[in-house]
Design a protein around this ligand. Sequence first.
Ligand SMILES: [Zn+2]
Ligand SMILES: [Zn+2]
Length: 254
Amino acid sequence: MKVRILGSAPQSPAVRQYVSSYLINDRVAIDAGCLGFYGTAEDQAAAGHVFLTHSHIDHCASLPIFLENCYGLGPQCPVIYGSAHALDSLQNHLFNDVVWPDFIKLSAHMRPFLRLQRLEAEKPVEAEQLCITPVAVNHVVPTFAYLVSDGQATVVFGADSGPTDRLWHLTRQLPSLRGVFLEASFPNSMRSLAEVSLHLTPQMFAAEVAKMPPATRVIAVHIKTRYRETVVQELYDLGISALEVGECETDYNF
Ligand SMILES: [Zn+2]
Ligand SMILES: [Zn+2]
């Protein structure tokens, strides 16, 4: 399985991860923070399955642009997957005829822009030969992490979450586990903010890693740009053996 962390400014890979999007085998996206700014329109249309973790704008900001770019390319419209809360949020706050035309309503009357598919926690779905299982995690709005398996390797996308247990309970039962993308939003000095906003600091990150099988490959992502140097140093200071700091526009193979 190939996973690319999409860059917020793809022509400049050194630019940090301002928003969240991950592309799996060029075909399936986790979140759409910057998916609509990636590659060519044809590249975007190839990514016809988009799994939203939650409603926050850093995870769905470019979704309207993505759908606009893809329209009419390919035999089928993109499918957007998410919890009832995330899909309702798209209708109420993005496709509301104010921020953007109501692509959901328009799709009922013309060639569709998108199809919505509501997910239930721990009910797997198939897309592009991948089995994708949503798991509820601990964030300020309803949020899904995703377990993504190609039959040989399973990769976990932890989404935004404070300390959580069910995800790691399920992960410990996966013999095919090959990697985890885990957030590390704030430096240790901002633990109180991490706790109220349900994110992780490096110290809290280490506590989550301790819940995983030993020596799991962990890739730190969702680092707040303005604290990146501090967070990266604090992550390396943890001494976690299989830790990597995620880099945009880089392919991770599992
Ligand atoms: Zn969030
Ligand atoms: Zn976020």
